[in-house]
Design a protein around this ligand. Structure first.
Ligand code: BG6
Length: 478
């Protein structure tokens, strides 16, 4: 569909940028914070790129005012950040750490004072280590009540100041890494445990939303999903069926549970036949029904192209964490689908397909299936950046990526998608969980690498000034 006229972005569109606590804050044991599973995991040999961790990260905790001033200079309308659960509840539940909450007071008040809307993510993977040790974290139903209690503390404290809330960030990506690939804590590889942990996360998500309805009646809440729309490799019936399988197992499994309160039928049957389906208890369906979101948070980086995969076919494989282009193997589930490169699309150095039209397609699919407002809570390009001798970063490739994806958002608006906002990933450079500091995403360069913490100086990249202009023009003339 080619439009002659293109719709403007809404006047109240949330032009934003994002981050997550573990990736920016540092101060990993400051002011009474308890350890998270990432504090523990990154210190085990061989887990991350060059042993990188978030002990200091980009030291946002201690450079808060400077970072807030940069956000104001950029003209951001929204800033998405996450709260570290063990900073607020060092043991995961029970005693509240007032000093931890005070940091988020300063952050939220600092944003509001600068006219920037806070978008608060309740959980971006940094589970309190205490709950992992006590009962295995997401593998035990006790997590549902503990997560709700933690959320309740934040609702009480910030419910009158924060309108937009993200419940779980990328449950699909995080738990796939944690329980299938063994690349996030607790580094398990077991399909049955994977589906059970996910089931508890869906229930925890619903319980948190149900509580939100009572405590923050005027707020909006939804999960952020790592959404990679699928393409079939070709139009043969076998390839089309593999495509349906991939959509059902990598997208609808999560989104149907969040938005419709049930699992997709064919996927559930497949898992039941293999003894991998989650145990569903009486009352679970009612809880899911009581915790439907107000919007879907969309984290979009790439599309995935799939083809058919025999019963003795390709299994799930780890992602590229080196930035050596072309090293990502095909990955799949035997009997269902496997990934294949898309010859129509260029890729980043980490082999992520660059596909702005895939974003438009994806936003339309979500709108058709769920009829909910959408909020792009992450979109961006991780690349090697070069700091020039005169302290600049000419990241024209990032400007191009973001520009194309914003144009795709505009086309989706024209298509009738309701889009609340767009948070680019990320505001400053951040610690990439498995890729260290060399895979940079920020509008603001931070002087550090995996080995040396260096000056941590903030240097706005070319993309910073470009996005500043985009926001000033309200997205006109992209
Ligand atoms: C998402 C996460 O998976 O994508 C972010 O929510 C993450 O935390 C981002 O940094 C980019 O992924 P990566 O692996 O390139 O850092």
């Amino acid at each position: 569909m080619h439009h002659r006229q293109i719709k403007d972005f809404p006047a109240d569109f949330l032009w934003g940028a994002a981050s997550a606590a573990y990736q920016v804050e540092g101060a990993w044991d400051a002011d009474g914070k308890g350890p998270s599973v990432w504090d523990t995991f990154t210190k085990q040999p061989g887990r991350t790129f060059k042993g990188s961790n978030g002990d200091v990260a980009v030291d946002h905790y201690h450079r808060l005012e400077e970072d807030l001033d940069l956000m104001a200079q950029m003209g951001l309308k929204a800033y998405r950040f996450s709260v570290s659960w063990p900073r607020v509840l060092p043991a995961g539940r029970g005693a509240v750490n007032e000093a931890g909450l005070a940091f988020y007071d300063r952050l939220i008040d600092g944003l509001l004072a600068r006219g920037i809307a806070p978008v608060l993510t309740l959980y971006h993977w940094d589970l309190p280590q205490a709950l992992q040790d006590e009962y295995g974290g997401w593998e035990d139903r006790r997590i549902i009540a503990d997560f709700a209690a933690y959320c309740g503390v934040l609702y009480q404290r910030f419910g009158h100041k924060v309108q937009h809330w993200v419940s779980l960030n990328e449950q699909n990506y995080n738990l796939t890494n944690a329980y299938l690939l063994g690349t996030h804590p607790p580094a398990v590889q077991d399909r049955r445990r994977f589906y059970q942990a996910n089931h508890h996360a869906f229930l925890a998500n619903a319980q948190a939303i149900a509580l939100f309805r009572q405590t923050v009646p005027k707020g909006l809440i939804g999960p952020s999903f790592a959404y990679s729309p699928c393409y079939p490799s070709g139009s043969s019936p076998e390839e089309m069926l593999a495509f349906e399988n991939a959509e059902e197992f990598t997208n609808w499994w999560w989104l149907d549970a969040y938005c419709l309160g049930r699992y997709p039928q064919a996927a559930l049957r497949f898992l039941q036949a293999n003894g991998e389906a989650p145990i569903i208890e009486p009352g679970d369906a009612e809880l899911l029904a009581a915790g439907k979101p107000d919007f879907i948070g969309v984290n979009y980086y790439y599309t995935t192209t799939v083809t058919d995969n025999g019963l003795d076919g390709q299994t799930l494989q780890r992602i590229n964490t080196t930035g050596q282009k072309g090293t990502t193997p095909s990955s799949g589930v035997p009997g269902l689908y496997r990934t294949t490169p898309n010859p129509n699309l260029a890729t980043s150095n980490w082999d992520w397909a660059i596909d702005p039209t895939g974003l438009r397609t994806g936003l339309r699919r979500l709108t058709s299936r769920y009829a909910l407002p959408l909020f792009i809570t992450e979109n961006g390009l991780g690349e090697f950046d070069q700091l020039t001798a005169d302290e600049q970063v000419h990241d024209d490739y990032r400007i191009d990526y973001l520009r194309q994806h914003l144009l795709a958002c505009q086309a989706a608006l024209q298509d009738g998608v309701e889009l609340l906002g767009y948070c680019a990933w990320s505001f400053t450079d951040i610690l990439s969980w498995l890729n260290g500091y060399q895979k940079r995403y920020g509008f603001v360069y931070v002087d550090r690498d995996e080995v040396a913490v260096r000056s941590l100086r903030r240097i706005p990249k070319d993309s910073f000034y470009w996005y500043q202009g985009v926001i000033a023009r309200g997205g006109r003339d992209l």
